[in-house]
Write a protein that binds this ligand. Structure first.
Ligand code: HEC
Ligand code: HEC
Ligand code: HEC
Ligand code: HEC
Length: 254
């Protein structure tokens, strides 16, 4: 190789070296940048900004730390990180709809809001650190947040008795019992009739064909307001049947 070519090559080498250094630095930077862009970190920073713009900054930031917040209760298998974003939950001064979510104080409830984490009442994915993952159904998680209008349902997982604070839940339970859903469904705390319906084996000896037809088509016409069935006058009437063989016992062939 001629000496003048050496210069050229080393220039190219220098360029390649510089380029590879830049690429290498960029690759190294991916991880910290990705870390900085974590969704929850955005909410952490936003909370600090939000608090700093208010007169009670000190109170609002008293417990602040830049990492993940979580409520961890090993006995109850609770690992809820919702408070990482919902940072103002226990700050009375952040009550009211003027405060933007997720920084608003929790509305008053008959429990300390952090006693059991959040998902016992709200569902959602406690360990998640992104809004969509925490709030919604994802491939890995099937329980989305319960819409707040239905939240009394979750009180019912612990409270079996009616409470003044849970009028909707109480009404729901009353409807389930009154509409006799337990006739077909097994429902917690609502007794299931021991016998679901009378044995129909010999019903043909008991009621008339017309009665049966009426009963199946429109049961209300033969039930009085207290649920009693009028069968008295049709008892023991013969059932006219097309084959004229109305008295044969069910199950016999022919
Ligand atoms: C990464 C940040 C983040 C996490 C983690 C998070 N949230 Fe939220 N949450 C938000 C934001 C932002 C809003 C307001 C906008 C919205 O509704 O999406 C919100 C709104 C809500 C609301 C009000 C919804 C409504 O219909 O008005 C509830 C309830 C809620 N979050 C509960 C939870 C619970 C429970 C968890 C934990 C399982 C949780 N969040 C975790 C950011 C978060
Ligand atoms: C004991 C049950 C219970 C627990 C535990 C609980 N919440 Fe709630 N939460 C409620 C109820 C009930 C409401 C609605 C209250 C109302 O509207 O008066 C509510 C409302 C909210 C709202 C406001 C929703 C809206 O749009 O008005 C947010 C946000 C929220 N909860 C987040 C959380 C987070 C985060 C946690 C965990 C630190 C948590 N909650 C723990 C019962 C609970
Ligand atoms: C994880 C179980 C659990 C959930 C969920 C729960 N509670 Fe309770 N609740 C309790 C227990 C246990 C007590 C009694 C001890 C105490 O006060 O902490 C209680 C006490 C109460 C009391 C005081 C009166 C009483 O009966 O002792 C009220 C009112 C109440 N809860 C309402 C609610 C409402 C409303 C919700 C839903 C937003 C709810 N609870 C959700 C377990 C629960
Ligand atoms: C006559 C019997 C019967 C009565 C009474 C009845 N159900 Fe059902 N219900 C069924 C059957 C059968 C299915 C399943 C239907 C199917 O899978 O196609 C069902 C399905 C359901 C489902 C969907 C469940 C699921 O996992 O997809 C709900 C919810 C439900 N019923 C609620 C009620 C409620 C609430 C009442 C009372 C108002 C009620 N049912 C009364 C027979 C009944």
């Amino acid at each position: 190789m001629a000496p003048e070519d050496m210069g050229k090559i080393s220039n190219r080498m220098r360029f390649l070296f510089a380029l590879s250094s830049v690429v290498f630095t960029a690759v190294l930077a991916i991880s910290p940048v990705k870390d900085l862009l974590h969704e929850w970190k955005g909410y952490k920073r936003a909370y600090v900004k939000f608090a700093e713009a208010r007169p009670d900054t000190k109170t609002l930031l008293a417990d602040y730390h830049p990492g993940l917040d979580q409520i961890w209760i090993p006995d109850m298998n609770v690992v809820d990180r919702c408070t990482t974003c919902h940072q103002g939950l226990a700050q009375p001064s952040l009550a009211g709809s003027l405060v933007p979510q997720p920084f608003r104080a929790h509305p008053p409830i008959p429990h300390h809001v952090k006693d059991w984490g959040c998902v016992v009442c709200h569902r959602g994915q406690g360990a998640a650190t992104e809004v969509a993952e925490a709030h919604q159904t994802t491939l890995a998680w099937e329980q989305p947040l319960l819409p707040v209008r239905y939240i009394q349902a979750s009180c019912g997982s612990c409270h079996r008795q009616a409470l003044p604070e849970t009028p909707r839940l109480d009404r729901g339970r009353e409807l389930l019992a009154r509409l006799n859903c337990s006739g077909c469904h097994r429902l917690q705390d609502i007794p299931r009739p021991a016998m679901l319906g009378p044995d129909l084996t010999n019903v043909g000896t008991k009621v008339s064909r017309e009665w049966l037809y009426k009963w199946l088509k429109e049961p209300r016409t033969i039930v009085d307001s207290s649920g009693n069935v009028f069968v008295a006058d049709s008892f023991n009437s013969t059932i006219p049947s097309r084959s004229g063989n109305s008295r044969r016992s069910v199950g016999s062939s022919g």
